[in-house]
Design a protein around this ligand. Structure first.
Ligand code: SF4
Length: 356
């Protein structure tokens, strides 16, 4: 790996196994984030390596493994392969039709070029964009545990208002994961020790006193796929709103995934809400969603749900604006969802029951 910014050369081995079992064997025994790492699209890991923020000694290229399928489950849900590209996932006809919330969130992310390279598994594993994390001249508990947090008392425009700790106030940058959280996705992973399923809500963690640990994935585990339960009842009334400082290729200040199941009588039968870029993980609170169930869409119900979801929000220096911004964006997303899902071509989506 080439050196930049006067950094020293750090050698890393590279292998490209042709079977999942061989990849798991290559990852066996890995500990910590700097030992053996899987790589696929490389859209975040290679940047981190060039800056020597991550210095794996061995790379296991999983991009050629048979993990790129997008398949319909028997119950109508979907399996999203870990190495399926973000672009292929976002534009997949079944994702667009049944999970327009996910499609919209993914197309709000990054640039077309990055979406063509980035994989679904890699999207889950991307690291914070905290400025200080990327600046090796400053203390950062996530980069160097115990060194301190430069963001606290520093520049905090993009930092957390929920779930932060005295050790780290970073946010998770993904758009895709916000929609996946709202859709009750489950991440299936494997190691030589066996397979297990991790609900997306438990996949990313809050910083606590170990901000260097982003997820509950063990170092020797590989993401196989993301499973989505059936969600066609949310397809007609969903919205992903992303507020950012320029119109494209920017991380969110605040994002909202909102989905409503509205009955023929106009009453909300079920609701899903998740916030992005406000915490170390996608922020969801089922109690806020419960306030919408049985209510008619409108300001009273939406404001109550927004207040419940943001309960306990704490500003960090200059980011106090994010609390009212998140509240307004959440209410607006619910209004847009009530009017009907807008598809990726900009028209209002017909109810899925009218689709062939
Ligand atoms: Fe590091 Fe987290 Fe502090 Fe940013 S917020 S400087 S990532 S410890």
């Amino acid at each position: 790996m080439g050196a930049r910014h006067g950094a020293r050369m750090i050698p890393a081995t590279y292998q490209r196994p042709d079977a999942i079992a061989h990849a798991l064997q290559a990852l066996a025994g890995a500990t910590g984030s700097n030992a053996t790492r899987p790589i696929a699209g490389g859209t975040n890991l290679l940047d981190l390596m060039k800056l020597q923020l991550m210095t794996p000694t061995a790379l296991v290229d999983v991009s050629r493994l048979p993990l790129d399928a997008i398949e319909v489950r028997e119950d109508g849900g979907l399996r999203l392969g870990a190495t399926a590209r973000n672009a292929d996932t976002a534009w997949h006809p079944r994702v667009e039709r049944d999970y327009p919330l996910l499609s919209a969130a993914m197309l709000a992310a990054a640039s077309p070029q990055i979406r063509n390279m980035a994989t679904n598994g890699g999207n889950l594993m991307q690291r914070t964009r905290c400025t200080y994390f990327y600046d090796r001249a400053t203390p950062c508990n996530k980069r160097e545990p115990g060194s301190g947090c430069s963001a606290i008392g520093g520049l905090t425009r993009h930092h957390a208002i929920l779930g932060a700790s005295e050790h780290c106030i970073a946010t998770h940058p993904s758009d895709m994961c916000v929609a996946l959280a709202a859709l009750d996705a489950v991440v299936h992973v494997a190691s030589v020790r066996g397979e297990r399923a991790i609900p997306l809500a438990d996949f990313h963690r809050l910083p606590g006193d170990a901000p260097e640990v982003d997820t509950t994935l063990a170092a020797d585990e590989l993401i196989l796929r993301i499973e989505l339960p059936p969600a066609t009842h949310f397809a007609a009334h969903s919205a992903y709103l992303k507020v950012r400082e320029r119109l494209s290729y920017a991380f969110a200040l605040v994002s909202v995934a909102a989905a409503l199941d509205i009955g023929p009588d106009g009453v909300i039968r079920a609701a899903r809400l998740a916030l992005g870029s406000v915490a170390h993980k996608p922020w969801r609170r089922p109690a806020a969603e419960a306030l919408l169930v049985g209510a008619r869409p409108g300001a009273v119900a939406f404001e109550a749900a927004a207040d419940a979801l943001l309960q306990g929000a704490v500003p960090q220096g200059e980011n106090a604006f994010k609390i009212p911004l998140a509240r307004r964006t959440l209410i607006r997303a619910l209004e847009v969802a009530t009017q009907g899902t807008v598809d990726n071509q900009g028209s209002t989506r017909p109810h899925p029951e009218t689709l062939a």
